[in-house]
Design a binder for this molecule. Sequence first.
Ligand code: ATP
Ligand code: MG
Length: 413
Amino acid sequence: MFQSQLFPKTQKIPPKSADSINHKLLVRAGFIDQLMTGSFTLLPLGFRVVTKINNLIREELDAIGGQEMLMPLLHPKSIWNESGRWEKAKEVMFQFKDNHGKEYALSFTHEEVVMDLIRKHIKSYKDLPLSVYHFSTKFRNEKRARSGIIRGREFMMNDLYSAHVSEEDMLNYYFKVVEAYKKIFKRLGFVIKVTEASGGVFTQNNTHEFQVLSENGEDTIFYCDKCDWGQNKEIFAGSAGDSCPKCKKGEVIKANSIEVGNTFPLGTWYADRMKVFYADERGMKKPVSFASYGIGSTRVLGALVEVSHDDKGIIWFPQVSPFDVHLIDLSGDSMDDKRANEIYSRLFDDGIDVLYDDRQLSAGEKLADADLIGIPFRLVVSLQTGDKIEVKKRNEDETQLLSYDELLKMLSG
Ligand code: ATP
Ligand code: MG
């Protein structure tokens, strides 16, 4: 991709409304644009990152038998009345009427819709278990939409739903998903704390939140510095400094965090209300046991910036970077850009995704943009580099001069 054609250009000044690092940097670097509070466009760079995040999630969910589909975002009031959530969840739902006075809501989650699908299409125990997911926009009437793209009123979520013949089978699969989530967040580059939270009205079971430690995070969690114990502040009865209630050896640490995922072992709460049954081996009607799971892909985009940046800009982890390398031509007017062009096409042929700064700008401006955008490898070609390429990692200060083959080896290593 030629940077001269990339939409839009970077900005020196962050928007006045931006109160968080991710908002400032993502807007300045040209990844997102705010239409209004809590509502963002994913610009080409931002869309590339979210696509990578989603593909990584997709791989791990497919590996545990998830089937991808796509559900509608416009829901009739009747489906929400079946669970009672039209009234109970009124605060977060965008509800409205059509021309005929009929009432609808914009999707804020999909449990009811999935339950309706199961009710229509699952007949017997032979049709279970089932695991389906989608990626879609969610709408929530958030009271305080802040923290940039981390808390939107319209945002992208991956939500997975699983249905089972029994609580036991559900819990069995549920913990498989918990492991898959840990893998997803590790692959994304996060250090994750899994914290228990209350199941609320839905279930006796605890739910699990996947929390990224972050100074500016809106959540407060408690976790053990030695084992995997963790709870959110709503259910933890002790205080920081206590000895760990699980391993007894560690100390309880209190920290700010960003919730990037949440899993809910719901049981038969929905089946009981929406009359979702299957026939068991003896033909007896039994309620379907259910669980739901969600990851906020656009919140992940914001959280990645919160945990990986410096005063110059974003520092992408390679697996989610919008491009593999940032090639910068600093040969200026004094020399033609033949050499940079040649390296660009060789990298392209070798399957490396390149952002190529072919613009007629000063070295200072180009390098500042590279730091702001944050691609993990910066490749400079100039009069000084001869037939070599100056390579610098975004998170290190040293540069090294490499031949093309050495560079390729480093990128594939
Ligand atoms: P929060 O407590 O942060 O408001 P939640 O617990 O209400 O979130 P869930 O219903 O658990 O959210 O949604 C699953 C996931 O969707 C969350 O873990 C988060 O990653 C993402 N998410 C939820 N609300 C938002 C939002 N307003 N903007 C962006 N992502 C969100
Ligand atoms: Mg949650």
